[in-house]
Ligand binder design. Structure first.
Ligand code: ZN
Length: 108
């Protein structure tokens, strides 16, 4: 196997092994359904009608603090890698927070 492919295979293996730990961290901080399942961002009815696909399925956090605490724990798990920034999403009525790897300008 060439080096790149081997590294990718090892990486995948490692990610699989850490999936459970990752899910546990996320469940601790994210907004959950009563069933305990992690809540993911969905399109609004208007977006649905427009065929918007952008940023669907992102994990929902109630507060910036929760999102940042989650990101910090994930970075501990992933050796410093992972999302570092948060941004507010206004898809739900009271709004919520997502994590992102890219720094975004705050819109006011
Ligand atoms: Zn959202």
């Amino acid at each position: 196997m060439e080096t790149g492919a081997l590294q990718r295979a090892l990486r995948r293996e490692w990610v699989n092994q850490h999936r459970e730990a990752r899910d546990e961290i996320i469940r601790k901080y994210a907004r959950l359904y009563p069933s305990g399942k992690t809540m993911l961002c969905q399109r609004s009815m208007k977006e649905e009608a427009l065929g918007v696909t952008r940023l669907v399925g992102k994990i929902i956090f109630d507060t910036e603090e929760a999102a940042l605490a989650c990101a910090e724990e994930l970075r501990g798990l992933y050796d410093g890698e992972g999302p570092k920034y948060t941004y507010e999403c206004h898809r739900s009525k009271r709004g919520h927070v997502h994590l992102t790897s890219m720094k975004q300008r705050r819109r006011s």
